[in-house]
Design a protein around this ligand. Structure first.
Ligand SMILES: [Ca+2]
Length: 529
């Protein structure tokens, strides 16, 4: 099988060289070809088949590394693009070691952290690539990415230069979905709240009107994710004020400010404090995490959760059904922000990086950009690299490719074919090929939950800042402590005092430096556009 493929590849290479020699009158050093008429329809528009295959050192992922050369996908791509892949093999543990030892691939893995990106940019490990060149040679992909987030270029700007091809996490552009217990809503005669006032009304009823009908006052409207992931803690309420205390945001004067020291965060906290003192918030919110919150919703101790995005909720449909819960999905609450907003993690990700040696190799760099454009957005190429061969490794099921056995469950079988993320660093990263991962019911579910929703996210995204590295662990601990104290304070006046005190301490403990650097970074990014 492998031999057969190799042989046919070799034949087709010869054939395409012959054909190319015929269609290009460049020197006549392929005399045999000039005798024959061209029969090519030249379907491979981006493959200059008349040239020697370019060698590309590739590692699109450190997670899906094929153990053998010349897998099905490798051969497919090599033939398609007239290239030769040198498989660069590394895992998460030794990739950085190899880089430190000077082994630099052409195409880096998709899963690189922002701190490594900045270090490698400054150490001359990765190539700076002009934004214009990427736009020119990756037009389909760029349009796709910019449609998700026009600020996608921000993350790759280091010291004023662009390092890499922007990437987005498509789900990240959707918000956290306010989710209500439908039976409880019905019992208390409400539909999903749309304003802070209605939400408060719901909290009152879910606490006081025995929504589970067991005759005891043993339920709450909500708890919160106070133990971990503090950006999610009461995110629906903070979003109604247009802020997240754990995100950078653009202030009214256009400068960058930390959410936690804004008036909006203070006002939202005062409302939460009022609810807390009215007994409407589960006092265990301080120690609840994602798992506990899920358990409380599923065992009907709380009737509202806000720590899931649509794809998490899609995965929980069966659990909700088993527990006799009809989830009702809401939108962001109208409040002082004047519009319905939902917190989101943001779509921005660390870009795809190329080795610095490519800065001087224009032909190869451009060729790589062209190939990457097709890997991300061409249906056939995408499906083949990610799912393999139709009828062999996958079948179309419910409108999308579905791996068949043994490939569905056996990672080694997948790697034996080269399918997955190794040759395609854009899995689920482009709108045009996302359809391969979205069966109709999932697509409809996403539409139902997210259509028309406006989200707020951290305006700087995953950004490396020296001051952050220096101070952020302490500043975050400080903020966790003060915000918890404020939410459970005696009264509004105390909230005011606590959060003013916090602001002063935060700024003194390095926060001012963080804000200054954040503004410098933001201005640098604006200028680089
Ligand atoms: Ca009850």
């Amino acid at each position: 099988m492998k031999k057969g493929l190799k042989a046919s590849l070799a034949l087709s290479l010869v054939a395409s060289m012959v054909i190319a020699g015929c269609s290009t009158n460049n020197g006549g050093n392929t005399p045999a070809a000039t005798e024959k008429p061209s029969t090519s329809n030249n379907q491979a528009t981006t493959a200059p088949a008349n040239e020697e295959p370019i060698e590309i050192s590739m590692i699109g992922s450190t997670w899906d590394v094929p153990t053998e050369d010349n897998t099905y996908v490798q051969q497919y791509l090599e033939e398609k693009f007239n290239v030769k892949f040198i498989n660069y093999r590394a895992n998460d543990e030794n990739f950085k070691v190899k880089i430190a030892g000077g082994e630099i691939p052409d195409i880096f893995p998709h899963n690189i952290g922002e701190a490594d990106m900045v270090n490698w940019a400054r150490q001359g490990v990765i190539a700076s690539i002009s934004v214009d060149e990427i736009k020119q040679y990756m037009p389909n992909y760029v349009a796709d990415v910019e449609s998700v987030d026009p600020n996608a270029w921000d993350i790759g700007i280091v010291d004023g230069k662009n390092y890499g091809i922007p990437r987005v996490w498509l789900n990240g552009s959707t918000g956290f979905i306010p989710t209500y217990n439908g039976e409880w809503l019905e019992k208390v005669g409400m539909s999903a709240p749309t304003t802070l006032e209605e939400f408060e009304q719901m909290l009152n009823k879910f606490r006081n009107d025995d929504p589970d009908g067991n005759g005891q006052k043993d339920t709450y409207g909500m708890t919160g994710r106070g133990k971990d992931a503090r950006a999610q803690l009461f995110n629906t309420i903070y979003a109604a004020y247009g802020v997240n205390p754990y995100h950078f945001k653009v202030a009214d004067d256009g400068s960058i400010i930390w959410g936690g020291i804004t008036e909006e965060a203070k006002e939202a906290t005062k409302l939460l404090n009022k609810w807390y003192n009215d007994g409407l918030i589960d006092p265990e919110f301080m120690t609840d995490d994602n798992t506990l919150i899920g358990q409380k919703f599923n065992t009907k101790k709380v009737g509202f959760i806000e720590n899931n995005m649509y794809h998490h909720l899609y995965g929980q449909l069966a659990t909700f059904a088993e527990n006799g819960i009809t989830p009702v999905y809401g939108k962001g609450l109208m409040g002082p922000a004047g519009k319905s907003l939902q917190m989101s993690n943001g779509a921005l990700q660390v870009p795809l990086l190329l080795g610095s040696h490519l800065e001087k190799d224009d032909a190869k760099r451009i060729r790589i950009l062209q190939i990457l454009d097709e890997l991300a957005t061409n249906d056939e190429i995408y499906a083949t690299t990610v799912f393999g061969e139709e009828g062999v490794t996958y079948e179309i099921d419910n409108g999308v490719p579905k791996l068949v056995e043994p490939y569905a469950t056996d990672a080694d079988a997948r790697l034996g074919k080269g399918i997955g993320g190794y040759y395609n660093p854009f899995v689920e990263r482009a709108v045009s090929t996302w359809k391969f991962h979205m069966p109709q019911d999932r697509l409809e579910f996403k539409e139902q939950l997210t259509a028309g929703a406006e989200v707020i996210s951290d305006v700087l995204g995953p950004s490396v800042m020296d001051s952050k590295a220096k101070y952020f662990a302490n500043l975050s601990a400080l903020q966790d402590e003060y915000f918890t104290k404020a939410i459970i304070a005696k009264n509004e006046a105390e909230v005011e005092t606590i959060l003013e005190d916090f602001k002063g301490q935060w700024l003194k403990a390095g926060g001012q430096e963080v804000i200054d650097e954040a503004n410098k970074l933001y201005q640098e990014r604006q200028a680089a556009k």
